[in-house]
Design a protein around this ligand. Structure first.
Ligand code: SAM
Length: 289
C-alpha cells in the first residue's frame, strides 16, 4: 500500500514536527499502512461509528480509521508535540476528527461522545505504561452494558495473554483475566512483530478484541475489583489466607464464611477459581456474614 490519503508520509510527519519518540510516553509508532488499515478494519463497520482513540501520536492509526470511513474519531493525546500533526489530519477530514489534549487516565470518554453518535468503539495502539489501568477502568465502567460496543486494543503479547486467560492458563490467569472474562468476550486477533514499530520494542505486540457481554454474572464491579486484587495479590496462598485482609465499607470480612457462602473450598487458590466463582464471591460480599 503506497498511500491511504494525500497527507505526507508518517516518517515525514515525525521528522517535520520533531516527534522524536519518548520512552516515558510509551511511544512506539506504527508506520506500516497495511497494519494500521488492518487494525482499523477490525474496528469496523465504521461508517456509523464514533471511535475513541487513545494516543494517536503522529496519527498513523487515526488516518487509517478515517480513510477506512469512520464517521468520527475522538483522539486523546498526552504529548502536546503531536497536536500540530493531528491538526493537519483534522483539516483534511473536516468535522470528523476531534483531538483532546490530556491524560487518558483522567478522561471519561463517555462524556466526550454526545448524543446521536451512533455506535461508540475504542480503538488504540495503547501506550504500554498505562495500557492495563486504562483497560481496567473501561472494564469497570458503570452502567453496564457500557457506552462502547467493542474495544480493539493493542497490548504487549504477554498482557494480551493475561486478558484472555482462564484457569487453564495458570501462569497468565489473574485479575485481568477475571475482569475481562466477566464482562466481555476477549480474543487475540493477531500479532505484530517488533520490527513494525519505530523504535522497535523488545517484545511482540497483539491486537485484542473485547466485546461486552450483555448480561455478565450478577455482582458489583467495585467488589469484584477489590476481591480479585486481594486474591491474586497472594496468588500462591490459599484463599482463606489471601482474603483475610479484605474489608467492605471499612469492616473486615470473615474469609472462611465468605468462601462457604460462595460454595468455594477455603483451601483453593485464586488461580484455580474461574470467573463464575469470583462473581459468586463478589455477590456474597454484598451481604457479609
Ligand atoms: N497511535 C500511534 C501509532 O500507532 O503509531 C502511537 C501509539 S504509541 C504506542 C502511544 C501514544 O500514546 C503516544 O502517542 C503517547 O504520546 C500517547 N500517550 C502516552 N500516555 C498517554 C496518556 N496517559 N494519555 C493519552 N495518550 C498517551
Amino acid at each position: 500500500m503506497s498511500a491511504i490519503d494525500d497527507l505526507p508520509p508518517l516518517r515525514d510527519v515525525v521528522r517535520v514536527h520533531g516527534l522524536e519518540p519518548r520512552k516515558s510516553l510509551g511511544q512506539n509508532f506504527l508506520f506500516d499502512l497495511n497494519l494500521t488499515a488492518r487494525i482499523a478494519r477490525a474496528a469496523g463497520p465504521l461508517a456509523e461509528a464514533t471511535i475513541i482513540e487513545i494516543g494517536p501520536g503522529p496519527g498513523g492509526l487515526t488516518r487509517a480509521l478515517l480513510a477506512e470511513g469512520a464517521r468520527r474519531v475522538i483522539a486523546i493525546e498526552r504529548d502536546e508535540r503531536c497536536l500540530p500533526a493531528l491538526a493537519e489530519i483534522a483539516a483534511r477530514y473536516p468535522s470528523r476528527l476531534d483531538v483532546i489534549h490530556g491524560d487518558a487516565l483522567d478522561i471519561d470518554p463517555a462524556a466526550l461522545i454526545g448524543e446521536n453518535a451512533g455506535p461508540a468503539r475504542i480503538c488504540a495502539n495503547l501506550p504500554y505504561n498505562v495500557a492495563t489501568p486504562l483497560l481496567v477502568q473501561w472494564l469497570l465502567t458503570e452502567p453496564w452494558p457500557p457506552w462502547y460496543d467493542r474495544m480493539i486494543l493493542m497490548f504487549q503479547r504477554e498482557v494480551a495473554e493475561r486478558i484472555v486467560a482462564t484457569p487453564a492458563e495458570r501462569e497468565a490467569y489473574g485479575r485481568l483475566g477475571v475482569l475481562a472474562g466477566w464482562r466481555t468476550k476477549a480474543r487475540i486477533l493477531f500479532d505484530i512483530p517488533p520490527s513494525a514499530f519505530t523504535p522497535p520494542p523488545k517484545i511482540v505486540s497483539s491486537v485484542v478484541e473485547l466485546t461486552p457481554r450483555a448480561a455478565p454474572a450478577d455482582c458489583k464491579a467495585a467488589l469484584l475489583s477489590n476481591l480479585t486484587r486481594a486474591a491474586f495479590g497472594q496468588r500462591r496462598k490459599m484463599l482463606r489466607q489471601s482474603l483475610k485482609g479484605l474489608a467492605v465499607r471499612g469492616e473486615p470480612v470473615d474469609a472462611q464464611a465468605l468462601l462457604a457462602a460462595a460454595g468455594i473450598e477455603a483451601t483453593r487458590r485464586a488461580e484455580e477459581i474461574d470467573v463464575d466463582g469470583f462473581a459468586r464471591l463478589a455477590k456474597a460480599l454484598e451481604t457479609p456474614a
